[in-house]
Design a protein around this ligand. Structure first.
Ligand SMILES: [Mg+2]
Length: 194
């Protein structure tokens, strides 16, 4: 029984983000840059734009500009379809974008790693979901920033909604992360990513 509990606890580490913030707007890009990040990967739906919206807000456009002005690369990394991702990327001034990424699978992540040739510790992924964004980042040994979803995604499957709630509850029980209690995490520290 004790072993089973320990196993579950270790599994939970796969859903632990490096940083947990209210939104992308709270990200301290200068601090990311200082901690050695060179490539910022970012989820689209409910991270940068509500799932039911089409046009990037001026805040999103500014955010992307600010990433570039820190001399970091920006990669849009979405599970959504090509037309939606491409349309959003072009309107937001994003030149590197990937659609149909199938997070948490590692296929497209491997392509990004190959293309950009940065070390894992120089990469970070921003996203709003444990089961796709945080999990793919931890599986790829890169840092992650979890943000609160911009809107509840009614299109998301019941399974994903259930898992998100369950993981959030378990992380809270283990005192790893409490919903709505944001923190800068241990970036730059010795947080060991699985
Ligand atoms: Mg999302």
């Amino acid at each position: 029984m004790a072993d089973k509990k320990k196993g579950n606890f270790l599994l939970l580490n796969y859903f632990k983000p490096s940083i947990y913030l209210e939104s992308y707007e709270k990200i301290n890009l200068a601090s990311l840059k200082n901690s050695g990040i060179k490539l910022v990967m970012c989820d689209m739906d409910n991270t940068l734009i509500g799932w039911n919206e089409r046009i990037p807000s001026p805040d999103v456009i500014n955010f992307v500009k600010n990433v570039y002005s820190q001399n970091m690369e920006f990669v849009l990394f979405s599970n959504n379809i090509r037309s939606r991702v491409e349309n959003f990327a072009k309107k937001a001034g994003i030149t590197n974008y990937f659609w149909d990424c199938k997070k948490p699978l590692l296929g497209k992540m491997k392509i990004v790693k190959k293309l950009f040739k940065y070390k894992e510790e120089e990469m970070i992924l921003i996203g709003d979901q444990f089961v796709t964004d945080v999990l793919v980042a931890n599986r790829a040994h890169i840092k992650s920033i979890l943000v609160s979803p911009l809107s509840r995604n009614k299109q998301e499957s019941k399974t994903v909604q259930f898992l998100e709630k369950h993981i959030s509850k378990r992380l809270s029980q283990e005192n790893i992360l409490h919903e709505g209690f944001y923190n800068e995490g241990e970036i730059g520290g010795n947080y060991e990513i699985l």
